[in-house]
Design a binder for this molecule. Structure first.
Ligand code: ZN
Length: 288
């Protein structure tokens, strides 16, 4: 017989010194099966995050009822069917009470008529979004424009290597980034609409061949006591190899989870303004 004293019985919680991430995927009009592994590898390579996945395929939606409070942050790569009402309520409560959310690309297409979700993500597109969902929000002459004109929410031009311009350099996420950098070739969302309350635009990109406006690319939103990081980057697994996508995902996820960013600044050699750089997540060096 063996006895275990209290001190030896400390729970071996997986990743107890790491940020616990719940990645939600399983439905998306994008190739989530190839995208999610790139996000997982990118975050895990830093040594800072422990990720669990909730793969919410259509047949699993009705039973989707995780304990969100077990996680420091929920990372959504989900664009699909509505969750059960009690799961939606639990999620709203989790965020309101200080939970965290990271919204990647088409996750902002999801749940067009879930009011609280639209408040959390600030802006969204498609799914019938229009002027009833909120204004178009973009950047012009050094200011945020809220444009209430009628029209659909969500469109994009052809894929290209777009330039991301930091508009708020004194935020923990952007403080360690070059002021301008290129993302790997992909579509750039434009004409998103939403309540855009308590939202800060950290970076924009000019939507050439699309709205021709400087469109929000990186945003933070506060909802109750919760922190949300929203990135429109990350259309496919190739563009998720873009260093711009990776570094902003890493910094944004840590910020959402903790309110701080402890990663070293990203130099303009790593993330240049004159060429789009990609890398395998395996080549990301552990930072902690
Ligand atoms: Zn896309």
């Amino acid at each position: 017989t063996s006895f275990t004293c209290a001190e030896d019985a400390k729970p071996e919680r997986k990743g107890s010194n790491k940020i616990n991430v719940l990645l939600v995927d399983g439905q998306n009009n994008h190739d989530w099966k190839r995208c999610s592994p790139v996000m997982i590898s990118t975050l895990e390579a830093t040594g800072r995050f422990a990720i669990e996945s909730a793969t919410v395929t259509k047949d699993k939606v009705a039973g989707f009822s995780p304990d969100f409070t077990k996680y420091d942050v929920v990372l959504s790569n989900y664009n699909g069917a509505s969750w059960p009402d009690k799961t939606k309520s639990a999620f709203v409560k989790y965020i309101q009470e200080g939970g965290s959310l990271v919204v990647v690309h088409a996750a902002d297409n999801s749940f067009p008529n879930w009011k609280e979700y639209n408040q959390m993500i600030g802006l969204g597109g498609w799914g019938g979004r229009n002027e009833k969902h909120g204004p178009y929000v973009y950047w012009k002459d050094g200011k945020v424009v809220r444009d209430n004109s009628k029209g659909r929410g969500g469109s994009h031009g052809r894929p290209w290597e777009y330039k991301v311009i930091v508009r708020k350099a004194d935020h923990p996420i952007t403080r360690g980034l070059p002021t301008e950098f290129l993302q790997a070739k992909e579509e750039l969302y434009d004409r998103l609409r939403g309540p855009a309350e308590n939202m800060t635009i950290l970076a924009t990109a000019l939507a050439k061949g699309g709205s021709e406006r400087h469109e929000p690319v990186l945003m933070t939103i506060s909802y109750g006591k919760g922190r949300i990081f929203h990135t429109v980057m990350g259309h496919d697994h190739k563009s998720m190899h873009g260093v711009a996508f990776q570094e902003t995902l890493i910094r944004g996820t840590e910020w959402a989870a903790t309110g701080e960013v402890t990663f070293k600044p990203v130099t303009d050699e790593v993330l240049p303004a004159d060429r789009a750089v990609s890398r395998n997540p395996e080549d990301i060096k552990p930072a902690h």
